[in-house]
Design a protein around this ligand. Structure first.
Ligand SMILES: NC(=O)c1ccc[n+]([C@@H]2O[C@H](COP(=O)([O-])OP(=O)(O)OC[C@H]3O[C@@H](n4cnc5c(N)ncnc54)[C@H](O)[C@@H]3O)[C@@H](O)[C@H]2O)c1
Length: 407
């Protein structure tokens, strides 16, 4: 019996591989195609926390835990899913191996296609591999809270009881999904495929509607700093809290999109690790498509978040300004926001319950020690309508070079 982590070289994947190494007895197969490293390098950025090459960090993990049964494999999920399922028949497979960026997917047709093919074909490869070779495997898949339609009502956990014209639906139906970028549309499609695979093939899947993750404290990294997970702070791959902290450390005004009126759910990295470990320990039943809304801060405005980072950075003597002007996502043109997410299932998982302010202190502390952070903090954002960056340069080198940005 084995546990497989797909996307094991990434922000969440490496932290989870360390978590499993420290807590599970089964052999661990850690798979990644290392494409994140390439994509980040291509935009002239780097992980704000330096990381070792994949093979070397796996070797260090084996040494730190005294385990010889942790294997690192460099492969594309679409190519290796069938062999992994056939050879290992894993107890659990955690699928984190996707391109996780809305701005990246909105740059150009080339980047949109890359996102769709990588995410959806990879996901389908996993589902068909399990159907063919290991239908008893519990699949844990990272979706996104951004899949849900934001229409002012609370975000149901995957499915809701519905009534139309006074007629109740005969069974719970999927909560409406709607997204404003190609990446999140790919996540919606993933969810549809998982739902189908559970209903029609009887697979067991936990589909995590993941809110934005922040933080730097990962399993084993306190005793073994060389096992720290990567941290992206650029506008393409960095999520909002990590990015604000990087900007604060580098003296760059915090880019608060659309005046900061939008709200977001959040969860700290140590809480995500505890939750994923719990879903793996308590699997979904055969045929069950178990959807989890994974957020501990249900709804915080981006402006409040920026002010919090500003205040905590101030404790370190950093003077932080806010730039309220940018709206590369054209959010002000689309009124409407979601209600709070229902999180009944997450409350059943034992989480450390990390406080936002406390983790922000940690992020600032760690970033202040790492020199590569300012390369990431100074990158420009991508406009979701034109694909141009704030500096007016087109980002995607592989897309039709004769096109100029739409004015
Ligand atoms: N970090 C967040 O805030 C957040 C929020 C919501 C959802 N998620 C989801 O969680 C998952 C992990 O996110 P992350 O932040 O760790 O991203 P990440 O980019 O740091 O990690 C993903 C890893 O998967 C690898 N990968 C990508 N495509 C692959 C493929 N076809 N085959 C093999 N490896 C591949 C990449 O090289 C990378 O190491 C993603 O599905 C993402 O959409 C993350």
């Amino acid at each position: 019996v084995t546990v497989v982590v797909l996307g094991a070289d990434g922000y969440l994947g490496w932290a989870l591989t360390c978590q499993f190494a420290a807590t599970l007895r089964e052999p661990i197969v850690a798979v990644d195609d290392l494409s994140k490293r390439r994509r980040v390098a291509e935009i002239g950025s780097a992980s704000a926390i330096p990381i070792l090459p994949f093979a070397e960090r796996v070797e260090r993990l084996r040494a730190a835990t005294g385990r010889r049964d942790i294997v690192g494999e460099t492969a594309d999920v679409a190519d290796c899913a069938a062999a992994l399922a056939r050879e290992h028949r894993p107890r659990a497979m955690v699928h984190l191996a996707q391109i996780p960026s809305a701005p990246y997917s909105m740059q150009s047709f080339a980047a949109a296609r890359e996102t769709l093919v990588n995410n959806e074909v990879g996901n389908l490869a996993v589902l068909f591999a399990l159907r063919e070779h290991s239908p008893q495997t519990h699949l844990v898949k990272m979706g996104s809270m951004g899949e849900y339609a934001r229409v002012g009502v609370p975000l149901g956990e995957g499915y809701v009881e519905a009534v139309l014209d006074g007629e109740p639906a005969s069974r719970p139906i999927p909560f409406p999904r709607e997204a404003d970028d190609v990446y999140h549309v790919s996540k919606i499609n993933d969810t549809n495929y998982l739902s189908m695979a559970c209903r029609v093939w009887g697979l067991a899947a936990t589909d995590v509607m993941q809110s934005i993750v922040y933080g730097v404290r990962s399993p084993l990294s306190a005793e073994h700093p060389e096992l720290a997970t990567r941290l992206d702070c650029d506008p393409m791959f960095g999520s909002v809290v990590n990015r604000f902290c990087a900007q604060a450390v580098c003296g760059v005004p915090l880019t608060v999109h659309a005046g900061g009126t939008g709200t977001t759910g959040l969860i700290a990295l140590p809480d995500v690790m505890a939750a994923l470990a719990h879903w793996v320990a308590v699997p979904a039943a055969p045929g069950e498509h178990r959807v989890i809304n994974q957020a501990t801060e249900a709804r915080i405005s981006i402006l409040d978040l920026a002010r919090l980072v500003q205040r905590v950075a101030g404790e370190r003597g950093l003077r932080v300004e806010l730039d309220l002007a940018p709206d590369p996502r054209h959010e002000l043109e689309r009124p409407g926001s979601g209600g709070p997410a229902r999180t009944e299932r997450l409350r059943q998982a034992p989480l450390p319950g990390v406080a936002l302010e406390e983790e922000v202190r940690w992020i600032l502390e760690v970033l202040a020690r790492n020199g590569t952070v300012c390369t990431a903090a100074r990158q420009p954002s991508v406009d979701w309508k034109t694909g141009a960056t704030e500096r007016g340069r087109r980002r995607a080198p592989r897309d039709a070079p004769t096109l100029s940005p739409v004015p």
